[in-house]
Design a protein around this ligand. Structure first.
Ligand code: NAI
Ligand SMILES: NCC(=O)COP(=O)(O)O
Length: 339
């Protein structure tokens, strides 16, 4: 199996804690993992939280792959003209923003070049990266941009999904002001999203015949047009078109009941119209046990379900459980892809 690349995200946040604590408790998970980061970021945190950790830094991916895994293997791709510090635990800094972006971009380009099977990402502080000139709302949109072919025609070619043992949610729109959601949801984008979810549930998750639910945008899924017409004009025709292609997807369901225990059991994924419609239920049910997966990419990408949690950086209260889930999911997907 090719290696999986792990980026730690914001170095002042809990990304380094999660990796060090996961490695201490589950070292075997890291047999296939190369961390894309300056080694110093990891060494500093290991010292600060007093967890002795053997950390190796390599200047090329190949040398990191060749090395025997007797510690955490870090590949530092950051050129010397890009600042990598200082890193202050619990604080973000513009000084490290370009290095954070460089690590994510290098990991993605290695996946696209087929040098790695996929990537797992730690949390970034989105506002800090934006202030440093990063023109994307998050990893998801950045990775989709890097992967996009110039002649691509689909309106939507990626989907954010959060997945746990009890629920999978997929998003029609991602990081967007709520006032722009209605104008962004189109029939073609909905059809594209449904197709991507169906395809990746089969190929990445090994579900032969996915059953999909689609949520309405408006209360009561529009109440037959009385509370909004997006269901009648966009979502129902999109679902109908997908069904004609053989996809098992519902007409838009009222979102308030879409997440009942019965529906969670009956559907392999629930497709939601906007970020919080999807993330509130899954974080209420499975925070710390769910994984953020990007569907539609030409490589595997999983991520933790939480943010940078600056308030907890360096603390014993940091939970690394979502990172473990994200690593395990990426390994399972990579094994499936290479079998
Ligand atoms: N994948 C990514 O890169 C993500 C990045 N973010 C970014 O993170 C920053 C902070 O976002 P918030 O909304 O405050 O979410 P957050 O997830 O960082 O924190 C929310 C609450 O959960 C707690 N928490 C989070 N992770 C935890 C863990 N592993 N163990 C124990 N407690 C944990 C925090 O202490 C806080 O009380 C923002 O800049 C946001 O954009 C948020 C979500 C995902
Ligand atoms: N709320 C989920 C989230 O912000 C994840 O974003 P991304 O960085 O994985 O695109």
């Amino acid at each position: 199996m090719k290696p999986l690349l792990l980026t730690l995200g914001e170095p002042g946040g809990i990304g380094p804690d999660c990796i060090i604590r996961a490695y201490k408790n589950r070292p075997e998970l890291f047999d296939h993992i190369i961390i894309v980061t300056p080694g110093l970021w990891m060494e500093q945190r290991a010292t600060q939280i007093d967890i002795p950790t053997v950390i190796f830094e390599f200047s090329t991916l190949n040398s990191a792959i060749q090395a025997k895994a007797t510690g955490l293997r870090c590949w530092n791709p950051v050129p010397s003209h890009i600042a990598t510090g200082p890193v202050v635990m619990g604080k973000t800094s513009q000084m490290t923003a370009m290095a954070v972006i460089c690590c994510i971009q290098t990991a993605a380009e290695s996946c696209l070049a087929r040098h790695a099977a996929g990537m797992i990402t730690g949390p970034i502080e989105k506002a800090v990266l934006r202030s440093a000139g990063f023109n994307f709302p998050g990893h998801t949109e950045f990775l989709a941009h890097l992967s996009r072919q110039p002649q691509a025609e689909a309106e939507t070619d990626f989907v954010m999904m959060l997945a746990s043992a009890s629920l999978r949610v997929a998003l029609l729109t991602t990081h967007l002001a709520i006032k722009h959601v209605p104008e962004t949801i189109s029939m073609q984008a909905t059809i594209d999203c449904i197709r991507i979810v169906q395809r990746d549930l089969i190929h990445r998750f090994g579900i032969p015949k996915p059953r999909l639910a689609l949520c309405g945008l408006n209360p009561h899924a529009g109440e037959q047009g009385h509370f909004g017409r997006e269901e009648i004009e966009i979502l129902m025709p999109a679902a109908e078109s997908a069904r004609l292609d053989g996809i098992d997807v519902t007409d838009p369901l009222p979102a308030d009941t879409a997440f009942s225990a019965t529906n969670r059991h009956n559907f392999d994924a629930i497709i939601c119209c906007y970020h919080d419609q999807a993330l509130i239920p899954i974080k209420a049910i499975s925070f710390g046990e769910s994984v953020n997966v990007t569907l539609g990419l030409p490589f595997i990408r999983t991520s933790v379900d939480h943010g940078t949690a600056l308030d907890l950086a360096g603390s014993e209260d940091v939970s690394y459980s979502s990172l473990v889930e994200a690593i395990e999911m990426a390994i399972t997907m990579a094994q499936k892809a290479s079998s």
